[in-house]
Design a protein around this ligand. Structure first.
Ligand code: HEC
Ligand code: HEC
Length: 211
């Protein structure tokens, strides 16, 4: 179950990027109060309210913790986050001013989070068991310890997972496992994901999406 099998390929991604015009304007807003850069750029992949289309590799940003968003944007800017999908985001943040970065983090963190969707009840149940129980025989802590019993995360740096897109979650857990996404915070997610097989990753993604 290679990560490349999920979502768009990098080639498709690159062609999407070139079709998107990245503005280097000031931190202006539209008449409806949405940051101009969200409307001109971010919206194409993450949705106007920070909820991405289903079935793709793009994450929801709505309701995500502001410090986590700022940290990830900084990691894209400095190329610290360098998993196979990240170059697309390097290009998105490069032209943004510091004021625009604050503005998009303010905006997306204030949006209403995505609601859950159950695709496969059996898979959801398997994922739930792992989420709350961990894998004691492999010394893997329960996800709940850091991402919370409601999957809302723990500010500042433990991200919200509830309702996150399945493809995105599968990709990220696969990248942590392979070491392609370097986990900040003492490498904790690399440790966690290295204990999971691809069936368990799929089940966790189904549970996370269901919340
Ligand atoms: C062409 C599509 C595209 C556009 C436009 C785009 N993004 Fe992204 N974004 C992605 C992809 C793909 C990822 C996942 C990257 C990865 O796996 O490393 C991502 C990830 C992110 C993340 C990390 C989310 C997380 O949960 O860790 C943030 C934050 C983000 N984008 C913010 C933005 C902002 C702000 C803009 C507008 C300035 C924007 N993006 C525009 C495709 C896009
Ligand atoms: C000890 C704390 C801890 C535990 C336990 C933990 N996580 Fe995490 N998780 C984190 C931190 C911190 C991050 C942010 C990593 C970064 O910034 O690089 C994260 C990030 C993630 C992400 C990426 C989110 C995004 O928006 O890109 C996913 C998915 C995730 N964790 C799923 C899980 C799952 C599933 C489990 C259980 C199998 C789990 N985590 C267990 C601390 C933890």
């Amino acid at each position: 179950m290679a990560s490349a099998a999920y979502g768009s390929t990098l080639a498709e991604t690159v062609s999407t990027v070139s079709a998107v015009s990245v503005t280097a304007a000031t931190a202006s807003v539209t008449a409806s109060g949405i940051p101009t850069v969200v409307q001109s750029t971010c919206m194409a992949c993450h949705g106007m309210q920070g909820i991405a289309a289903d079935g793709g590799m793009f994450p929801n940003l709505a309701g995500q913790w502001r410090p986590y968003l700022l940290r990830q944007l900084d990691h894209f800017k400095t190329h610290t986050r360098s998993d196979p999908q990240s170059p697309i985001m390097w290009g998105m943040v490069a032209p943004l001013t510091a004021a625009q970065i604050q503005q998009v983090a303010d905006y997306f963190s204030a949006q209403k989070p995505a609601s859950g969707h159950v695709y496969d009840p059996k898979l959801v149940a398997e994922g739930k068991k792992l989420y709350f129980g961990g894998l004691p025989d492999k010394h893997m802590p329960a996800c709940m310890a850091c991402h919370g019993a409601t999957l809302a995360g723990l500010p500042p740096y433990f991200p919200r997972l509830a309702g996150q897109k399945r493809t995105y979650v599968i990709n990220q857990l696969t990248y942590f496992k392979s070491g392609q996404r370097v986990a900040t915070h003492k490498g904790i997610m690399q440790y966690v994901a290295s204990r999971l097989n691809s069936t368990q990753i799929t089940a966790l993604a189904a549970y996370i999406r269901s919340r």
